[in-house]
Design a binder for this molecule. Sequence first.
Ligand code: CTP
Length: 397
Amino acid sequence: MSKNIVLGVSGSVAAYRACDLARELMRRGFAVRVCLTGSAEKFVTRSLFEALTGYACLVDTFEEPISGRMAHIDWARQASALVIAPATANTIAKVAHGIGDDMLTTIALAYQGPMLIAPAMNPTMYASETNQAAMAILADRGVWFVEPTVGDVACGENGQGKFADVQRIADEVVALARTSKLLAGKKVLITSGPTQEPIDMARFISNRSSGKMGAALAQAALLMGAEVTVISGPTAVRIPVGVKLIRVKTAVEMLDAGLLEVSEADFVIGAAAVADYRPAQASHSKLRRSDAHLSLELVPNPDVIAALAAKAKPGSKVIGFAAEPSEDTGYAIEKMARKGLSAIVFNDVSQPNQGFESETNRLQFLTPDGKSADSGLLSKTQCALWLIHQVVDSISS
Ligand code: CTP
């Protein structure tokens, strides 16, 4: 991937510090194209950035430096990272909610890769519920934030709102650019969501899996440059654009779909909550109510991840999840061995805010050599990024 960066500068007093940031990024080998908002132009000029970077600067939505090529699409396609620094509360809110009323926010809409935002604003604005909610939306989509520091800001207040250190932002951009290439050329296969095992034409056995973890893993792998396939049981969760999505209902369908894909995959992640049993016979019509007791005979389902591990190509890594009702990792370690896995992700679902249906999660990554790493409590998106890093690090170490 090229090292093209689009640097978006919005109308904060710290806009002048984006000049240093542009130079710092160039020193680190990036080609930097700058897009200013109208408010940023009240503080800094486009000619300043053009002289610094050697590239035309964009401000208005309909500018077309190359005639016939829509610049917002062109720049979005070429960028290996979009950095918005400094970012005002206004620009953050617009990017979070999909408003494209200037060139920078339109580029953000057209852009699909890794994004880093370094806010700078008055501390009261920064701490406001509206701004924090907009930042949370973006963080959940995998946007990296370099948080402002605490100190005296231009308006005379003291608090968190000062533009972060330029060297630190540049370091984070380098890390982000590295992340965006970690899985370039690799294929990642993810099972996700619950399965539904039919009892009759209207009823089924299922579980509380929302599919959020699988979707977040798909997004993280996509951000890192992988080609991603998700085999998902029935969920309402949004699967990121760019993922090959195979929808299934039952464990047997999940296994069949997985077996068709697994020989291509470099990484297989079993995030699905596969039903361990299914009714021995599903009625094609509707079971009728009566006063008699009703027993359902259940038969075991195939173990999808174990079967995929057995068929995975040599050198590939197969990672399972173990959602356990206590902090005891013993069962997870036993599952890793029994299913022939390269690693297992332990998740204590007895704790609040971890596991099924929750927005957050806390994971432990366990490998057969006895090593373990703990993510701490994070949003599912941040957990997914953390986890994919663990997977990649565990192969390179
Ligand atoms: N899994 C699977 N197919 C199954 C059951 C589980 O692929 N039929 C996968 C899950 O996607 C997960 C891992 O196996 O990656 C562990 O699932 P879990 O339900 O904890 O394991 P089980 O073997 O079903 O163990 P338990 O008896 O504790 O439920």
